[in-house]
Design a protein around this ligand. Structure first.
Ligand code: HSE
Length: 428
């Protein structure tokens, strides 16, 4: 009887085709590392005839991914269809129902149905693995669940969406507006079919929700996450932040506070000379802070054929070796509900104000901030433009609630020509 691990691959887009290429090209390495061969038994996709740069005539074909998942001649079902529900979820359920392990790159499905699917898999003594769902080629799921298993994780944060990082760094290097760079990124094919998944912060939120579950032993809770995208980030803020020694990044941040689980995806300032601040283009970086390990930085390609397929196959290798890791680093039934909390932890803030260029205006702003208990760390006033005096401040640590209160007072103080902008500075 053949000892090979037989794969059924549903979805032959960039990642699916990449998986086929690596299995074919590196079959010798895979066999050595696993102690057995890996073979593709059957595939499924929307179109059988589409050109993909791979030859699929040697594999059995199914039009329906659910039928593929149910085939008797596969051991592992690889779901690369995407989407929260529909045939992705139906085929994963079918695979688990019929005794197949599942490997998926589908963060949207897991962010919403991860708890249910993990419990389903574990009740049947099957594995549901998702290394490729978070940060493409970066092996963060395994690092967090295995290498850091002895740690009490204090915080997980990072740049988890390459498209947003590309847009923000390109705005800075070109001086172009958000709208212009968005159009450019679209032309380069960087954006998801629904661009709001990227620029609206949702994709980053999906990934963060999965990492938070592993990090804190909590049930995946995407619904409670605070999500803000990058569409309000202006070229002015990027340039002024740089002038003050910062760069703007779309960060995902998860932390267990004394009150509950804080999860947020939002544009933040980070020091320009920090590893996160130096992150260019579509690269991803995840930072994990363990009580024993200290800070761990993982950097790499967050998307693309090679990196994402490499992660898919890392899960396949694990299964071929007979390892049966749990989905979220501990039995799914033992994950606990965490109370969702909004961030009320103190942080420094960046404030940009367009003041009226009149006597006493700066004193008025300083007194509003002083009354709110907000202390100014640094301040710069730029050359006035007509009636307007642009002012940037960096505050000492203060609570987000105090900043919001001060901003609403400043808006109605008669001292500003435009609504002030405030952006949190994430300490790293
Ligand atoms: N659209 C994602 C990104 C890649 O830009 O990082 C897939 O998760």
């Amino acid at each position: 009887m053949s000892n090979e691990l037989r794969l059924g691959i549903a979805g032959l887009g960039t990642v699916g085709a990449g998986v086929v290429k690596i299995v074919e090209k590196n079959s010798d390495i895979l066999a050595k590392k696993c102690g057995r061969g890996i073979e593709i038994a059957a595939v499924s996709a929307r179109s059988r005839s589409k050109k993909r740069g791979i030859e699929i005539s040697g594999y059995a074909w199914e039009d329906d991914p659910v039928a593929l998942a149910r085939r008797k001649d596969i051991d592992v079902f690889i779901e690369l269809i995407g989407g929260e529900n529909g045939s992705a979820k139906a085929s994963v359920e079918a695979a688990l129902d019929t005794g197949k392990h599942v490997v998926t790159a589908n963060k949207a499905m897991l962010a919403v149905h991860g708890q249910y699917l993990a419990e389903l898999a574990e009740q049947r003594r099957l594995a549901l693995r998702f290394e490729a769902a978070v940060a493409g080629g970066i092996p963060v799921v395994k690092v967090l669940s295995e290498s850091m298993a002895a740690n009490r994780v204090k915080r997980v944060l990072g740049v988890m969406n390459g498209t947003c990082n590309y847009i923000l760094t390109r705005m800075e290097s070109s001086g172009l507006s958000y709208e212009e760079v968005f159009a450019e990124a679209n032309g380069l094919g960087y954006l998801e079919a629904d661009p709001s998944l990227d620029v609206g912060g949702i994709d980053s939120g999906h990934k963060l929700a999965l990492l938070a579950s592993i990090a804190f032993g909590t049930r995946v809770d995407f619904e409670s996450m605070d999500i803000e995208g990058i569409d309000r980030v202006s070229i002015t803020d990027i340039e002024q932040a740089r002038d003050m020694g910062f760069r703007i990044k779309l960060l995902g941040v998860a932390k267990l506070t004394g009150k509950g689980l804080e999860q947020r995806t939002q544009p933040c300032l980070v020091p320009a000379d920090s590893p996160l601040g130096r992150l260019e283009n579509a690269t991803n970086m995840i930072v994990i802070e363990g009580d024993a390990s200290g800070q761990i930085f993982l950097q790499g390609a967050g998307a693309g054929e090679g990196p994402t397929s490499s992660s898919v196959l890392s899960d396949v290798v694990e299964l071929a070796r007979g390892q049966r890791a749990t989905t979220f680093g501990q039995p799914a039934a033992s994950l606990v509900d965490a109370k969702p909390v909004c961030s009320d932890l103190s942080a420094p803030f960046y404030l940009r104000m367009t003041l009226k260029d009149e006597p006493g205006v700066l004193a008025l702003i300083a007194s509003v901030l002083g009354d709110a208990g907000i202390s100014i760390d640094r301040m710069r006033q730029y050359k006035h433009e007509g009636e307007a005096a642009p002012v940037i401040m960096v505050t000492h640590r203060t609570s987000p609630a105090e900043i919001a209160k001060a901003i609403s007072r400043i808006k109605t103080s008669g001292a500003v020509l435009e609504d002030p902008v405030s952006i949190r500075i994430e300490e790293i």
